[in-house]
Ligand binder design. Structure first.
Ligand SMILES: Cc1cc2nc3c(=O)[nH]c(=O)nc-3n(C[C@H](O)[C@H](O)[C@H](O)COP(=O)(O)OP(=O)(O)OC[C@H]3O[C@@H](n4cnc5c(N)ncnc54)[C@H](O)[C@@H]3O)c2cc1C
Length: 258
């Protein structure tokens, strides 16, 4: 079985995150880059299956700047078998559609039984790349799984919604996206880090995948402008002098809340 895990490098969730106001892209120098936590869980899910099913191949795939190599190597150190890194400056600022085109082309080239992705990245937060990839590959997709079981010919799991929990299943090949309800990624060990240095690490550009970046026939979205979020205004403090309830009610009425 071959499992391809989609991984993305993002700015550290706990660090300061900024947009570059010139380009509208993440200011990658602004905080330490890390493997997105949701994708660590996706890698973990694939590795747990591989642990129990020897012969399972886990390929990690990313489309990211060349500087993301250390992040990809982390997934190899966790235990992934090999990595494919799409590096192409022409892809800088790629929208969701182009990202999905590129990832689907790479997955087709690699071959797959199952693709595992995060359901929503912590920086871009589009939450649609896995669905787009499934559509382009022409395979079923299970979204936002909070548990994952893989057999030789099917994948299934739980999908939690406000209304209840659905048990869903699809025949392989398929694409699934997972939520933070899945277990955290395992720690890397010194042995894992050393072993990662010898693992296959393929780099490709868009041309090698047959993807035309500037294809006018393809729908693309364009960012027209970007602005920093204005600083938050100071809040209103209600001092309790025995009448805080009345003041609070009056405040809520004035704000149109009540
Ligand atoms: C040179 C270069 C510079 C880039 N700069 C930025 C940037 O500044 N900001 C930015 O957000 N993106 C950047 N990207 C990546 C790309 O444009 C985004 O990944 C894409 O728009 C996805 O958006 P999202 O995070 O909202 O997707 P979502 O749909 O929220 O992602 C859901 C899941 O899809 C998978 N996924 C998403 N993107 C990728 C990817 N690129 N590779 C592998 N798996 C993926 C992951 O499993 C993720 O958890 C850059 C790419 C390149 C090549």
């Amino acid at each position: 079985m071959k499992i391809v895990v989609l991984i993305k490098e993002v700015p550290d969730t706990w660090g300061e995150r900024r947009l570059d106001l010139e380009t509208g892209l993440v200011d990658r120098a602004g905080s330490a880059p890390v493997l997105d936590e949701i994708d660590e869980r996706a890698v973990e899910a694939a590795l747990s299956h591989a642990d129990a099913h020897p012969g399972t191949e886990v390929v990690v795939l990313t489309m990211a700047p060349a500087s993301a190599t250390a992040t990809v190597r982390k997934a190899l150190a966790m235990g992934a078998t090999s990595a494919v890194h799409i590096v192409d400056d022409a892809l800088r600022g790629a929208d969701l559609l182009l990202t999905a085109d590129v990832l689907a082309a790479a997955i087709r080239r690699t071959g797959f039984d199952l693709v595992v992705a995060g359901n929503l990245s912590t920086d871009g937060g589009g939450g649609v790349v896995p669905a787009m990839v499934a559509e382009l590959l022409g395979v079923p997709q299970l979204t936002a799984l909070s548990s994952l079981e893989v057999t030789d010919d099917a994948v299934s799991g739980d999908r939690v919604s406000d209304a209840g929990t659905m048990r869903v299943s699809a025949p392989l090949p398929a694409v699934v996206s997972v939520t933070e309800a899945l277990p955290e990624g395992r720690f890397t060990t010194f042995k894992g880090i050393m072993a990662a240095k010898k693992k296959s690490y393929e780099t490709l550009d868009a041309g090698e995948l047959g993807v035309e970046v500037e294809d006018p026939a393809q729908a693309r979205y364009i960012m027209l402008s970007v602005a920093e979020r204005p600083p938050r205004a100071a809040g209103t403090t209600i001092v309790d002098e025995g009448d805080a309830g009345e003041k609070l009610a009056a405040y809520l009425v004035a704000e149109g809340v009540a």
